[in-house]
Design a protein around this ligand. Structure first.
Ligand SMILES: C[S@@+](CC[C@H](N)C(=O)[O-])C[C@H]1O[C@@H](n2cnc3c(N)ncnc32)[C@H](O)[C@@H]1O
Length: 349
C-alpha cells in the first residue's frame, strides 16, 4: 500500500496520475451498449433510407418518445456515428458504411450476436477468472460449445462482416496466388472462402466444419457470387483426420477456442493432411510475445475466457507448436483487420 502523501491526519493529497483512463474503462460498457441500442432500434438504417431527418420525424419513424431519441442521438453524435447539421441529423460515413442494414459489410448482425449470445457471459466474467472455466450458459452441457443446441445460427452470420473484412486484408497482405485448393478448417459462415475466391480466380475452397454448420452455410451461400467454388466437408476435427488433397490449410479464429493440447493435436492433423510443400495459415488476433498487448488481442482473449477453454496465444507459442508438429519456414505477417492482426505462416517440408 502506498503511504498517504501530504499527510494531514485522515486525508491524502491529490494522486499523481490522471484518473481519465480509468474513468473510460469504468464506462466502456456504456459505449458498446449505446451502439447496441441504436442498432436494435434501427436508427442508422432509418436515417440512411430517409437521407437524414429531424428529431421529431426520427422519433415518430422509430416509434420512440422524443426524450430517449434525443439522448440516443446526442450520444451517437458524440461517438462519431451521427452528425447534427442544425435540426437535420445524418449518419456519418462510418455509420453509413457499416451500420445500415443491407450493405455488404453491415455489422448489425455482429452487434446483435454480441448482445444476445456473448454479453450475458461477460456479466459473469469474474466467475470465469476465478473458476478457470467458460461461464456461458449451455442448454446442452457436454454437447460441445459449437453444438447446434449451444450456439444460435446467427453466430455464424454475425461473424460474416468481421471475417470478410479480415479475409480482404489478409489477401491484400499475403500473396496466396500460387494456391489452387484451400482447406478452410472450421470455415464456419464461409466469409473467408468467398472473399478469397473473389480475390483469386483459380482458387477453390473446401470448408471443413461440423455438419449443422456446413448445412447452414451451404444454404447461406446459395446463389452468392463465387459461392460455386466453395465446397463443404462435414466432420469433427477432434474425432477424425482432416481431408487431404489441398495445397494449403487455413485456421482462422480456431486455435483461440481451444487449450494448448487440443491445438497441438489439430496442428498435427493439419501437418498430416498437407502435401510436401503445403502451406498452413493461422489467422488470429495475436498476442505480443511480451504478453502486454495489443489491446484487441488481449480483450479477445478475455472473451475466449468467458466462452471457451481457449485464449489468444502469443506468436512464440504458435511458432513452437508449429515447429514441434514438423512445420518449417515459419514467418509472421502483421496487419490491421477486425478479426486478426496478422497471420502465422509455415510450410510442411
Ligand atoms: C470462431 S469460429 C471461426 C469461423 C471462421 N473460421 C471465421 O474465421 O469466420 C470457429 C469455427 O470452428 C468450428 N468448429 C468448432 N469445433 C469444431 C469441430 N470439432 N470440428 C469442425 N469444426 C469445428 C465452429 O463450428 C466454427 O465455425
Amino acid at each position: 500500500m502506498r503511504p498517504a502523501v501530504n499527510g494531514a491526519q485522515g486525508t491524502q493529497g491529490a494522486p499523481s496520475s490522471d484518473p481519465t483512463p480509468l474513468m473510460r474503462m469504468t464506462t466502456g460498457l456504456w459505449v458498446s451498449q449505446t451502439l447496441s441500442a441504436a442498432e436494435e432500434v434501427d436508427l442508422f438504417t432509418f436515417l440512411s433510407e430517409k437521407g437524414g431527418s429531424d428529431l421529431t420525424e426520427l422519433a415518430y419513424g422509430l416509434n420512440l418518445s422524443e426524450r430517449p431519441t434525443e439522448v440516443l442521438v446526442t450520444a451517437c453524435a458524440a461517438l462519431g456515428l451521427l452528425r447534427r447539421q442544425g435540426d437535420h441529423i445524418v449518419n456519418t460515413d462510418l455509420a453509413e458504411d457499416y451500420l445500415v442494414r443491407g450493405t455488404p459489410y453491415f455489422l448489425g448482425d455482429y452487434i446483435r450476436m454480441l448482445r444476445e449470445f456473448v454479453y450475458p457471459g461477460w456479466m459473469r466474467v469474474a466467475d470465469a477468472v476465478r473458476e478457470d472455466r467458460p461461464v456461458r450458459d449451455e442448454s446442452a452441457p457436454g454437447a460441445g460449445i459449437f453444438a447446434k443446441e449451444n450456439r444460435p445460427a446467427f453466430f455464424w452470420n454475425g461473424l460474416w462482416p468481421l471475417s470478410a473484412l479480415t479475409a480482404q486484408t489478409l489477401a491484400a497482405e499475403v500473396d496466396l496466388s500460387f494456391i489452387t485448393s484451400l482447406l478452410d478448417v472450421g470455415g464456419g459462415g464461409g466469409a473467408f472462402a468467398v472473399e478469397l475466391c473473389r480475390r483469386y480466380r483459380d482458387l477453390s475452397v473446401t470448408i471443413y466444419d461440423l455438419p449443422h454448420v456446413c448445412e447452414h452455410t451451404q444454404e447461406f451461400l446459395r446463389g452468392m457470387d463465387h459461392g460455386e467454388r466453395v465446397r463443404f466437408h462435414a466432420g469433427d476435427f477432434f474425432a477424425e483426420d482432416l481431408p487431404r488433397g489441398h495445397d494449403a490449410i487455413l485456421l482462422s479464429m480456431i486455435l483461440h477456442d481451444w487449450a494448448e493440447e487440443a491445438n497441438r493435436e489439430l496442428l498435427d492433423k493439419c501437418y498430416r493432411a498437407l502435401p510436401a510443400g503445403g502451406l498452413i495459415v493461422i489467422s488470429e488476433l495475436l498476442v505480443d510475445d511480451d504478453r502486454s498487448g495489443p489491446l484487441e488481442a488481449a480483450l479477445m482473449s478475455m472473451n475466449m475466457l468467458v466462452g471457451t477453454p481457449g485464449r489468444n496465444y502469443a506468436v512464440g507459442e504458435y511458432r513452437s507448436w508449429l515447429e514441434d508438429a514438423g512445420f518449417t519456414r515459419t514467418r509472421v505477417v502483421s496487419f490491421h483487420a477486425p478479426g486478426a492482426n496478422g497471420v502465422v505462416l509455415a510450410r510442411k517440408p
